[in-house]
Unconditional design. Structure first.
Length: 234
């Protein structure tokens, strides 16, 4: 009987419209995907660190930094409409078809340079000790979203006018996904076909510890934030 495995899956397709070759673009001197791979390996939490890609260059870089690429991603899961869950499921089913038992999956995004081995270790402890279906890092919104504004023709208005007179300190805190990684009980999440279940835990991080990268401006800001954070640590 095969023993169960814990794997990291890094979804990294070659296509990127706004930042060409984003997943392997140099970030402070090395391909940005390398940070995710190295954090996963250094954590010592995984039997295998898998990169899911359809791209030969990404595969070569992944192998160079210590990950494995057991197969090329299908054409169906390489287009603009494939979801993260589609990609995770493809990898999961690959192992199942081989007769492997996958107990735990951690999806780590390829542009999550702020992910560290320490962060993975602490969040895994939270995930494991509380028997969550999944755990993800979250960040508090810096301004109450209840006071969000919307544009109507040429005017600006409150999205939720019922909160217009509330003191900001009295408004309930709201959080967003940090966009770095997700721990999950493989079988439970695959059966429910969603990472966010009624039994999903959270790991709060500061705004300084993450940065979503969608545009060239985002990239430059992420590099500045990364440098600031590491200068403070050193």
């Amino acid at each position: 009987m095969n023993s169960s495995k814990s794997i990291a899956i890094i979804p990294a397709r070659g296509g990127s419209k706004r930042i060409p070759r984003k997943n392997i673009k140099l970030f402070h001197g090395k391909p940005i995907i390398a940070y995710s791979i190295e954090a996963a390996i250094r954590s010592g939490l995984f039997d295998e660190v898998v990169v899911s890609t359809e791209d030969e260059e990404i595969k070569d870089i992944a192998l160079k930094y210590g990950a494995i690429v057991p197969f090329y991603r299908s054409k169906k899961n390489s287009d603009d409409f494939a979801t993260t869950f589609d990609v995770l499921e493809e990898v999961y089913l690959y192992y199942i078809e081989k007769g492997e038992i996958i107990n735990t999956i951690c999806c780590i995004y390829p542009c999550a340079a702020f992910t560290t081995a320490e962060k993975l270790t602490l969040s895994y402890k939270l995930f494991n000790e509380n028997n969550f279906d999944s755990v993800l890092p979250i960040i508090e919104y810096s301004f109450p979203i209840q006071r969000a504004l919307k544009i109507e023709k040429n005017n600006v208005a409150y999205s939720n006018p019922e909160f217009a007179l509330e003191r900001t300190q009295d408004l309930e805190k709201r959080y967003h996904d940090a966009g770095q990684f997700y721990w999950m009980n493989a079988q439970t999440v695959m059966n429910k076909k969603t990472v966010l279940t009624e039994n999903t835990g959270f790991f709060i991080i500061s705004e300084l510890e993450a940065h979503d990268i969608d545009t060239v401006s985002d990239w430059k800001l992420a590099e500045l934030k990364y440098k600031l954070m590491h200068d403070e640590i050193s």
